[in-house]
Ligand binder design. Structure first.
Ligand SMILES: [Zn+2]
Ligand SMILES: [Zn+2]
Length: 206
């Protein structure tokens, strides 16, 4: 009786140890929440520092600035001074595939994407930022930001990282930072530096 009790205890202990080590291995692989900022082409170092500070404050995580990368010329739209935002995001997704956390590319070039507005597709519509929901990377351009520069840069980078973290556009509150700008950069001024609880619940770091 005593012997079998010991065996059961040993078996339970072994189970606990293996469960703990599996959990630990998983945690080690994913790592703690982290955001990496990368300049895609030239980008002012003061703005990189600003974005680093604001993202760290908002998402309460480690934020690092990676060495600048080149913006591939092939992503330029023929006959326009605009680059394909989706090509840049896919490029970042490939390049930083093995990296922990999320990656945000910052560019001074004008970026665009095909955007459906009022039921009509607008080809190569100029945007400030683009993210593919729940993927590794997103991109923000400062080209179209003219007024309230610092605040717009802060809100746009938080918004795009929000999409990367799995939050779709907010339907609950028009003041939420995750509300759709509906193709208008000026809309950014009317949202608060705040994400509603419905949106916060959707955050997934992996
Ligand atoms: Zn959005
Ligand atoms: Zn919301």
């Amino acid at each position: 009786m005593k012997y079998s009790e010991k065996m059961i205890k040993a078996a339970i202990a072994l189970l606990l140890v293996s469960a703990a080590s599996i959990g630990f291995a998983r945690l080690e692989k994913q790592g703690p929440p982290e955001i990496s900022i990368v300049a895609v082409g030239d980008f002012p170092s003061s703005d990189l520092a600003l974005v680093k500070e604001k993202l760290a404050k908002f998402y309460k995580c480690k934020v690092s600035i990676l060495p600048k990368i080149e913006l591939p010329k092939s992503y330029k739209i023929k006959g326009m001074q605009r680059y394909s935002a989706i090509d840049i995001v896919r490029h970042l997704n490939r390049k930083f595939d093995g990296r922990n956390g999320k990656v945000i590319g910052l560019t001074q070039e004008d970026i665009c994407t095909d955007r459906k507005l009022n039921g009509k597709i607008n080809k190569n519509w100029g945007v400030i930022g683009l993210s593919l929901l729940g993927t590794k990377s997103c991109v923000v351009s400062n080209k179209r930001i003219r007024t309230n520069r610092q605040e717009k840069l802060e809100k746009t980078t938080i918004h795009e990282i929000g999409h990367s973290l799995g939050i779709p556009h907010c339907e609950s509150n028009s003041k939420c930072l995750m509300a759709d700008a509906k193709g208008k950069g000026s809309k950014i001024d009317s949202v608060l530096l705040w994400v509603c609880d419905d949106c916060k619940k959707k955050i997934k770091w992996q």
